[in-house]
Design a protein around this ligand. Structure first.
Ligand SMILES: [Zn+2]
Length: 427
């Protein structure tokens, strides 16, 4: 060991990365778009945050490599690239007007562990694009590195565009994304820089803010994560008839928004009812577009998103059956057809009991009792877990708030997680 895990260094890293933001210092008024921290993947602030992490790693004797997906890998020179290592990391991209801790915590912890234990078998990873808010699709960096299902899926991901109309392929090239290498990897046997090679790793540990209430309200600073919920997302379109809001009477209207309102409540009810059968089942409508969207026009078309999560695939299927049933009933009664298309399907990911047990045992040596909890949020760990034994550590989030500038975790809890990681990988 080169000394102890230091709270001041971790706090300085978090602040330095927070300063890399489209929103500047992120302290605008509540209503302002300049509030919070915005780091879209492959943007200049994202690159500045990435450069900061690399510079800090190099100053501590580390060496960085960029893989074909644009993810950063860091190892200390005394470990080298040939030795088997623990993979530990997360992401530095943020949702628009997000907080300081989401993802960032999971990057600065292995960085600090490397500073204090240079010879520990550790590879820090910074995944490119986790949140899904830059290109409308989550965990792009980990998916591209872990291996896409097919060459067609690779092309679909590379063609996704950001708000400037740039594709993943176009925006990523300046940051090391190598389209040719990814295509070669999708077609055959790639080098490790294009595709995750599980034989190089003992396992993976991702540390993340919980983004929920259970640890904070239970006064639990840190917990191990045993499984990650599956997720299904849908695009629903409610078709009614746009018409004059003044001269069209209330009888016989086909108001797409009124029908959508019923559908939204059905989504909420479905989540609440099924959560009584299987804890942590949730269903949410998070986005809504009304057309034509004018005060004096009866809405003609409403597009909305549905996001459902559960710990079991069978439960995700039940959510879908219930939603389709509700949609059919509403459209029949109101004369407003509802089309529901599944846009994403991620199976529940059981994480590695062995790695979770290792974290629990490491915590025990530090006198910390580590409960084991599930994760409702998706993380890069869910992608990596099908290839490498993976577990996570959650750090309590104040009042369960995340994806919000008010996001906060206590530095002493973050230090505690760092110590557990250090102890787990040195065992
Ligand atoms: Zn995150």
């Amino acid at each position: 060991m080169n000394g102890d895990i230091r709270a001041d260094r971790i706090a300085a890293d978090i602040e330095a990365i927070a300063a890399c933001s489209e929103n500047g210092a992120g302290d605008g008024p509540e209503s302002s778009a300049r509030r919070g921290y915005s780091r879209p993947t492959f943007s200049a602030p994202w690159g500045a945050a990435r450069d900061y992490v690399i510079a800090q790693a190099e100053a501590a004797g580390g060496e960085a490599r960029i893989d074909a997906a644009g993810n950063v890998h860091i190892r200390h020179r005394s470990v080298g690239w040939e030795a088997r290592a623990w993979l530990c990391g997360s992401h530095i991209d943020s949702v628009p007007s997000g907080g300081k801790y989401d993802g960032v915590m999971g990057v600065v912890i292995p960085l600090e562990v490397m500073r204090t234990a240079p010879s520990a078998p550790l590879e820090t990873i910074v995944f490119a694009e986790e949140e899904g808010t830059t290109f409308g699709f989550g965990m792009v960096g980990s998916r591209l590195w872990a291996g896409v299902e097919s060459a067609a899926q690779l092309e679909e991901i590379l063609a996704l565009t950001n708000r400037h109309g740039e594709s993943v392929a176009e925006a990523g090239v300046a940051w090391g994304l190598d389209v040719d290498a990814l295509r070669a990897a999708a077609a055959g046997s790639p080098p490790w820089t294009s595709r995750l090679d599980p034989s190089r790793y003992f396992g993976m540990i991702e540390v993340h803010a919980e983004q929920g209430l259970s640890l904070w309200t239970g006064s639990v600073p840190v917990a191990a994560v045993s499984r990650i919920d599956g997720r299904r997302q849908y695009a629903a379109t409610v078709s009614g008839q746009a018409n004059h809001a003044g001269s069209t009477g209330m009888v016989g209207r086909r108001d797409a928004l009124a029908a959508a309102a019923e559908l939204i409540l059905a989504v909420e009810r479905t989540g609440a009812n099924l959560a009584r059968e299987l804890a942590y089942t949730v269903a949410t409508v998070g986005s809504l577009t009304v057309e034509p969207g004018a005060a004096n026009v009866i809405p003609g078309t409403v597009s909305l998103t549905i996001d459902a999560r559960a710990q079991e695939t069978a439960m995700l299927e039940r959510v879908e059956v219930e939603l389709r049933g509700a949609a059919a009933e509403i459209s029949g009664r109101r004369g407003t057809p509802v089309a529901i298309a599944c846009t994403e399907q991620i199976e529940p990911s059981p994480l590695s009991d062995k790695v979770a047990d290792r974290l629990v045992a490491a915590a025990e040596t530090l006198g910390v009792a580590l409960p084991v909890v599930p994760s409702g949020a998706l993380h890069d760990a869910a992608i990596i877990s099908s290839h490498v034994p993976t577990a996570m550590l959650f750090v309590a989030s104040q009042d369960g708030i995340s994806h919000n500038p008010a996001e906060f975790s206590r530095i002493e809890d973050i230090v505690s997680a760092a110590k557990i990681v250090a102890a787990a990988i040195s065992r």
